[in-house]
Ligand binder design. Structure first.
Ligand code: SAH
Ligand code: SF4
Length: 358
């Protein structure tokens, strides 16, 4: 529950709303999920909570540890489906990449999550539960009891966060609240494929770091790769981005650009991209494509990625290339969960076949 709703619950009990703050500290900071252990709440209040409320933890299907330190969890999300979160340790920080939906309706051409279709939105509890689980199970930083492993959260797992605005914004608020995880706005990033009206709302309601999945420098190509572009074309999207940036002075928007061999990776594309973004509060993050079973795309060769990056830098754009991590555990967006649902589909297929032959 968001803080406001918890406070309302305590008021409904005839208790003081500040108990919400105590309860939040127990759950998020101390990792305590048994009301009986919350010793600064009165015995009668604990009993009331036990009778009327529940703290439900995420169910873990599996944990995968990569040789490079990346950890990936699959969380049960009902009906044989799963969502995933990935922890990426780096010197000085630990980034948790979390999911916001089971599947995704936006159907980007190169995305394993999109290929699974849309199932449902995650609840606030399921979103924050991913962070709770990572922080409770990973070793503390520098063995210091106070410092959780997760210092940064990015909404770059499964799903389109701005299509689940209702639950994502309260989750962001819990991540930055001192009663939750106390992360700074700069350390929480929402990534969107470009749902323009929600970009404006987010800028007003919760001004966190912001990344946009651009992936193409013109509408003809973006229409193919990121179909939401047909509804909110590049010009409209960029204007919303600059509005967002104006609300966070001195902060840049990250433009993600997946490198697809022979599709969007030539120097002509780099020039077109620079025309759109140069002299704006923008930086570019090139993502080498992560191939998955059934895709028609391949990853751009390293020299093409390097040349693309150099051209953008020559044009004055701060450009980085994402390092690929956790390859041995299918850590990239949607891949492992995709395998789970493939297995489920296979099982259903087997059952149908068995029924057909019976
Ligand atoms: N739905 C949101 C956030 C989740 S996807 C969005 O689209 O921004 C996080 C990032 O991974 C996006 O930039 C997305 O385009 C990218 N991505 C998806 N599939 C990919 C793949 N197979 N290889 C590389 N990047 C991919
Ligand atoms: Fe959805 Fe993002 Fe994948 Fe597009 S890239 S299908 S918006 S998760």
């Amino acid at each position: 529950m968001p803080q406001g709703k918890l406070e309302a619950l305590f008021t409904e009990f005839g208790e003081k709303p500040f108990h919400a703050r105590q309860l939040m500290r127990w759950v998020y900071q101390r990792g305590v999920t048994d009301f009986d252990e919350m010793t600064d709440l009165s015995k009668s209040l604990r009993q009331r909570l036990r009778e009327t409320a529940a703290i439900e933890l995420p169910t873990i299907i599996s944990q995968h540890d990569s040789v490079d330190g990346t950890v990936k969890w699959l969380f049960e999300s009902g009906f044989g489906q799963a969502v995933e979160a990935v922890f990426i340790p780096e010197p000085g920080r630990g980034t948790l990449c979390i999911s916001s939906q089971v599947g995704c309706a936006l159907d980007c051409a190169f995305c394993a999550t999109g290929a699974q279709g849309f199932n449902r939105n995650l609840t606030l509890a399921e979103i924050v539960g991913q962070v709770w689980h990572a922080n409770q199970t990973l070793p503390r930083r520098d063995n210091d009891d106070a410092d959780f492993a997760v210092t940064n959260v990015v909404f770059m797992g499964m799903g389109e966060p701005l299509a689940n605005y209702r639950n994502v914004v309260p989750a962001l608020q819990l991540l930055i609240s001192d009663l939750g995880y106390g992360l700074s706005h700069r350390r929480v990033t929402v990534s969107t494929s470009g749902i323009v009206p929600q970009i404006d709302r987010l800028g007003d309601e919760c001004n966190v770091a912001f990344a946009v999945s651009l992936h193409a420098p013109n509408n003809a190509l973006r229409d193919e790769l990121v179909p939401i572009n047909k509804m909110h074309p590049i010009e409209e999207l960029l204007v919303a981005c600059w509005r967002y940036a104006a609300k966070r002075p001195s902060r840049h928007i990250t433009f993600e650009y997946v490198m697809l061999d022979g599709v969007n990776d030539t120097l002509r594309h780099a020039d077109e991209l620079a025309d759109l973004l140069a002299n704006r509060p923008a930086k570019v993050n090139l993502i080498p494509f992560n191939p998955f079973t059934g895709t028609r795309f391949t990853r751009s060769p390293d020299d093409a990625i390097l040349a693309f990056q150099e051209r953008l830098r020559e044009r004055g754009l701060v450009t980085t290339t994402r390092r690929t991590r956790g390859d041995d555990i299918d850590a990239a967006c949607g891949q492992l969960a995709g395998k789970v649902s493939d297995r489920v589909r296979n099982r259903l297929g087997d059952k149908k076949r068995r029924m057909a032959t019976a």
